[in-house]
Design a protein around this ligand. Structure first.
Ligand SMILES: C[S@@+](CC[C@H](N)C(=O)[O-])C[C@H]1O[C@@H](n2cnc3c(N)ncnc32)[C@H](O)[C@@H]1O
Length: 832
């Protein structure tokens, strides 16, 4: 509005400018078709003393002008009012007071009269007008001829209002016409849109103009100076126009920024107002507002929108303000809600991305006891956001919970007769009889850091596990420490680390399945139990294991271990039942037997003709140990673990039907066919990485040679065994009696012979030899059924007729293999 006022006053000033009466008359006359020339002449025809008066008026005006700006001398553009003279085709400029007083006469009657009108500030124009008024008054009074007119003029030329009234034209119309006549760059509509910057620029412009006016007035009648001033002013106007343009652009920019700030400020102001309102109105109003707010929050969004809309509820400014406040509050970040069940449960925690996983755990879970269950981190499956980088770079064990992946059916029976023993325990005389190998004589690893005990490692090839005594590499560098890896894994504890669990199969009694994945050739579980000698074994077979049978009902959920007394009864659950005669005896080393009746979970591993695992005997720290290793394809979580028993039934009567269900099932729990592919000892997996794949060198060739010799010896044994007929054997024993469980039968039939054989073997094995750990397809013989314990040594014992020849040939081969091995070792040591 100040801009509008300024404009109006500007216009008023223009209209009411203190011009000589003649000028005013001219303007008026022009409007009313009054001959301009006439009025001018009248004005100029003032008496001689009029010049003096005019001079004094000019002096007064000049004096005023010094203090206050006077109208400009010339307005070539916007501020010039052009009026039509008698010759209406030619625009005529109204003369300035000075021009009208001095120059008009020289211009001739037809010369267009130019009147320069500049609007000074209102206050100034008033003062100037007063001065001019008195001057003109004097002038008019001095002209008696004009006396009457002077009085009339005195009334009319004071202000535009007088003119308007006289003209009978409405003030508004005149105002508009006047503005249009000014031909200004702006118009009325722009007035309201002007920015403060524009206003400021306008004021400056006005000030500039005023100063120009002052200069012009001071210049008086000096045309030369006037001309200079005109030029200077033109330059000034051009300059100002440029400035204006620049300022306008800046103002436009600023105006945009201000508008965004303004909305923010408005919101804040609203908040403040709402707070003040609630404080001022007191508790009751506050409570009411609060209640309303709660109610609003509970209401559906559409309703809320209606209430929040100011147009819908104009009288409640408070509601609008509170809704704004609520909107502000709702913008605040909410606490993320984490799942408390499911795979990704338990991930709720603060996480500092600058720290690694462990440091984060320490930082945020150092006081885990104080955290609620929902806050505790799930160690089962950390989300990638917490472990993603590490998973990508270093990888980690697969930890999908097996109970989610492959849950056991509910109500699974557990083998209640199983007494778990996770270490080998020597029983009775076995302790004394056990020969401790001279470890260092057996094997010394020759691997270097480069090869790192891979598939070519001599120890690995001989099934000797490396340790600090027989290997120069560190635990991390060496890839032949499977039992140590297993020890550490089991030590950590937990189902995942143990990696196996007992399951009940449909038709094979109990079995074992994997809780996790296993890499190809990775160690799975150790076969442990009581280490007994042959005598002890015999005693047990005659005694406690006499009727060792379990019920293996074909209905899986009804299976349960059954005492042997059940053989005479039908199964209480179903008629479809069968009985498995289970013994957990495994031929071991030095004619010893591992009895896993009290043993590890490995005893429950069933046979398959297409197995996914292998049972191997290794020498660890000078002592033989047995363990189940993953096959060449690895193991998946939930898979049942099986190995090939390579079972020799000893007697046709004891042959059990195989229910492994594989495509190449042999039909019975029997020995492997002779053309089965020979297995080359692969590099076991250590630390999740399979070793091997290195170029085979001289050493590998030497090892192969040994292996071939050993295989040859084994196949000889097998061939010899193939010739054994249970019947003929029984016949040779001269007994037609139906044999009992094989071991019993063997021991019963020829106890003295067995003892003799054992003593023979003891004496044979007393010499340092690696042959005790020789592997072959018959290296491990399962003893878990009534077929009993069958080893090559027993075969030797059972076949006295062929014993000498067989033994001699085997011994010769063994000796040959041993000599080769020693040669290789010696040459390698020399090379080193
Ligand atoms: C060492 S036990 C294995 C655990 C046994 N299933 C259990 O429930 O205790 C070996 C016995 O399991 C049974 N068995 C294992 N594998 C078998 C298969 N593929 N088919 C039939 N019976 C099998 C046989 O009775 C065998 O004598």
């Amino acid at each position: 509005m100040p801009a509008v006022n300024a404009l109006i006053s500007k216009f008023e000033n223009i209209v009411t400018q203190e011009t000589p009466p003649s000028s005013t008359q001219r303007v008026r006359g022009t409007r009313h078709s009054m001959p301009l020339r006439q009025s001018t002449l009248k004005f100029n025809a003032a008496p001689a003393d009029m010049a003096q008066k005019r001079q004094s008026m000019s002096a007064v005006a000049s004096k005023q002008a010094v203090q206050e700006p006077t109208p400009p001398i010339e307005e070539p553009d916007n501020d010039t009012i052009v009026v039509n003279t008698a010759d209406e085709s030619r625009p005529v400029q109204l003369p300035t007071p000075s021009e009208s007083a001095t120059d008009v006469s020289s211009q001739g009657s037809n010369t267009p009269v130019v009147k320069k009108i500049k609007s000074p500030p209102k206050s100034r124009s008033k003062r100037v007008s007063n001065a001019m008024k008195s001057a003109s008054k004097d002038a008019l009074v001095a002209d008696p001829a004009q006396g009457a007119n002077a009085t009339a003029d005195k009334q009319r030329n004071i202000s535009g209002e007088t003119l308007v009234e006289e003209a009978g034209v409405s003030k508004t119309t005149l105002l508009k016409e006047g503005i249009n006549a000014l031909d200004l760059k702006w118009n009325m509509s722009n007035v309201f849109n002007r920015s403060p910057a524009q206003e400021e620029a306008e004021e400056e412009q006005e000030a500039d103009d005023s100063s120009t006016i002052e200069v012009a007035v001071d210049a008086g009648t000096n045309l030369q100076e006037q001309k200079q001033h005109r030029e200077a002013k033109r330059a000034k106007i051009v300059e100002n126009t440029k400035k204006w343009e620049q300022r306008r652009k800046v103002a436009e920019k600023n105006a945009t920024r201000r508008s965004s700030r303004a909305s923010m400020l408005l919101t804040k102001a609203n908040d403040l107002v709402s707070e003040i309102t609630s404080t001022v109105l007191g508790k009751r109003v506050r409570d009411a507002a609060k209640g309303k707010e709660i109610q609003e929050e509970q209401e559906p969004d559409s309703k809320k929108a209606r209430i929040d809309s100011p147009s819908a509820n104009p009288q409640t400014n408070d509601a609008t303000l509170s809704s704004v406040a609520r909107a502000m509050r709702s913008r605040a970040p909410k606490d993320k809600k984490w799942l408390i069940s499911g795979l990704y449960a338990g991930q709720s925690r603060a996480f500092d991305p600058s720290l690694n996983e462990n440091k984060n755990k320490r930082k945020f879970f150092g006081l885990s006891s104080t955290l609620s269950n929902s806050q505790k981190e799930s160690s089962v499956l950390p989300m990638p956001m917490f472990a993603g980088a590490r998973l990508l770079t270093t990888g980690r064990d697969f930890k999908l919970p097996f109970d989610v992946f492959s849950p056991l059916p509910t109500g699974q029976p557990k083998p209640d007769e199983w007494k778990k023993v996770n270490k080998n325990v020597f029983i009775g005389d076995a302790t004394d009889q056990w020969r401790t190998s001279k470890f260092l004589e057996h094997s010394t690893c020759l691997c270097t850091l480069e090869t790192g005990c891979d598939a070519n490692c001599m120890n690995r090839f001989m099934y000797y596990e490396c340790d600090s005594r027989n290997c120069n590499l560190t635990e991390e560098q060496c890839g032949n420490r499977a039992f140590e890896e297993l020890r550490q894994r089991v030590k950590k504890g937990g189902k995942y680390n143990v990696g196996v669990e007992v399951i009940k199969t449909n038709d094979r009694g109990y079995g074992v399945r994997a809780n996790r994945t296993f890499e190809p050739n990775q160690i799975i579980v150790e076969y442990t139990g009581e280490i007994i000698n042959q005598e002890e074994c015999e005693n047990r077979m005659h005694g406690v294991y006499k009727d060792n049978e379990v019920c293996a009902c074909l209905s899986p959920n009804l299976l349960s271990p059954y005492p042997s007394s059940a053989t005479t009864q039908s199964c209480q659950f179903t008629n479809h039942f069968t009985f498995l005669q289970c013994y957990y005896l495994m031929a071991f080393d030095q004619n010893m037997i591992i009895d896993a009746t009290r043993g590890s979970i490995a005893r429950f591993v069933n046979h398959s003709c297409a197995p996914n695992s292998r049972m191997e005997k290794w020498t660890v720290g000078g002592k033989p140990r047995m363990a189940l290793f993953a096959g060449d394809s690895g193991i998946m979580t939930g898979e049942e673990l099986t190995y090939d028993y390579n079972f020799d039934p000893y007697s046709q009567k004891n042959v059990q039907q195989c229910r492994c269900g594989s495509a190449n099932c042999r039909g019975v729990l029997g020995p492997k066919p002779k053309d089965a592919p020979k297995r080359v000892n692969p590099a076991p997996v250590v630390g999740g990485k399979k070793e091997g794949g290195k170029k085979e060198g001289k050493l590998a060739g030497a090892k192969r040679k040994i292996a071939e010799v050993l295989e040859e010896s084994t196949s000889l044994i097998n061939k010899r065994r193939k010739t054994i007929e249970p019947v003929s054997r029984r016949a040779s024993l001269g007994k037609d009696k139906k044999p009992r469980a094989s071991i019993n039968g063997t021991v019963k039939r020829q106890p003295s012979k067995l003892r003799r054989m054992l003593s023979e073997k003891s004496s044979r094995s007393s010499r340092p030899s690696t042959m005790g750990s020789v592997r072959s397809s018959k290296r491990v013989v399962s003893t878990s059924s009534q077929a009993g314990l069958i080893t090559k040594e027993q075969d030797d014992a059972d076949e006295p007729e062929q014993e000498d020849g067989g033994r001699s040939s085997v011994s010769a081969l063994k000796a040959k293999a041993e000599s080769i091995r020693r040669n290789v070792a010696r040459s390698l040591r020399g090379a080193r």
